[in-house]
Design a protein around this ligand. Structure first.
Ligand SMILES: Nc1ncnc2c1ncn2[C@@H]1O[C@H](COP(=O)(O)OP(=O)(O)OP(=O)(O)O)[C@@H](O)[C@H]1O
Ligand SMILES: [Mg+2]
Length: 287
């Protein structure tokens, strides 16, 4: 299988736009952003695939209220039982899902070969989707870093909490050190008001520019909104259950901004694999 991976042409640029959502600290809103943004793009008529790459504690299907969870998930792909096409499920609200796994410890640390095969196989889904949104685990596991480095765009989400900001900065540092080709975008979640969101974003963007020479784009903010927690409790995404909530309005702005950004041609499968290889180098350096 590895041989097949290496045959892929580096200049191949066909394929869906890929956006990875990640963070330094856990619990800062990645999955809610991924799910609600995916639904937002589906409402624009895009064919969206949401990949739950939080391979330790996947929770996309939980937020979407898919009960019982899909029968097959990435574990069945990794052990060779199913192809990705066989695992993809149509979820409510018009998006396709590649379900992750919960509590399968060996999934949390895929070998680099397994990650390569997974990414390569995403290529098989090219004709099915226009956009792949990848929800990751927090922090800098080789899995997460691989997905962050391989996407066209990586969105780093943080709350205004100092510990979350410091962890976000750490992620930006690692990603920018790897000469990422895709762009790094920043979302501030749980901002109490626009001023706070702007202040936090400015701080991160300025420090990243000054100390890391990293260009980080401000993508926007999501307001603190108790309806987000309620929607999670009800297992119905807030853009569906509370379409007029502050948080849903913010998602709409973020979606529109992303939709307007002139797209560099998606970098395609070759870039995805290259990113994974960089993730792997990082893993070796720290092993
Ligand atoms: N804008 C918001 N306003 C209020 N509460 C929020 C907001 N965003 C997220 N939350 C709360 O934070 C919780 C965690 O969100 P989410 O599961 O999306 O984070 P995560 O980054 O994916 O977590 P993990 O790192 O565990 O995967 C939500 O269940 C919700 O209660
Ligand atoms: Mg999550």
């Amino acid at each position: 299988m590895e041989g097949r991976v290496m045959e892929i042409n580096e200049s191949q640029t066909e394929g869906p736009r890929t956006i990875t959502i990640t963070s330094g600290k856990g619990g800062v809103g990645k999955t809610n952003l991924a799910v609600n943004l995916a639904i937002g793009f589906a409402r624009l008529g895009k064919r969206v695939l949401l990949l739950d790459a939080d391979l330790g504690i996947a929770n996309v299907t939980v937020v979407l209220g898919m009960i019982p969870p899909p029968r097959y998930n990435l574990y069945h792909f990794v052990i060779g039982d199913k192809s990705l096409k066989e695992i993809v499920v149509e979820s409510p609200y018009g998006i396709k899902i590649l379900p992750g796994t919960i509590g399968v410890s060996k999934m949390a640390n895929l070998s680099h070969k397994q990650r390569k095969v997974l990414i390569e196989s995403l290529y098989e889904l090219n004709s099915l989707v226009d956009l792949i949104i990848i929800d990751t685990a927090a922090g800098l596991s080789a899995n997460t870093l691989g997905f962050a480095l391989s996407a066209d765009e990586v969105i780093i989400i943080t709350t205004p909490e100092p510990t979350a900001i410091a962890a976000a900065y750490g992620v930006i540092k690692i990603i920018s050190n790897q000469n990422i080709e895709g762009s790094i975008k920043l979302v501030i979640n749980r901002a109490l008001n626009i001023l706070e969101g702007k202040r936090v974003a400015d701080r991160i963007v300025n420090i990243a520019g000054q100390f890391l020479s990293a260009r980080v784009e401000r993508l926007g903010y999501i307001m603190e909104d108790s309806l987000v927690g309620q929607a999670v409790q009800q297992q119905k995404p807030f853009v569906v259950s509370y379409p007029h909530s502050k948080a849903a309005e913010c998602i709409c702005h973020l979606r529109n901004r992303l939709a307007r950004i002139p797209e560099t041609p998606p970098r395609g499968i070759a870039a995805l694999i290259k990113g994974l290889l960089l993730g792997e180098d990082f893993e070796k350096e720290w092993a």
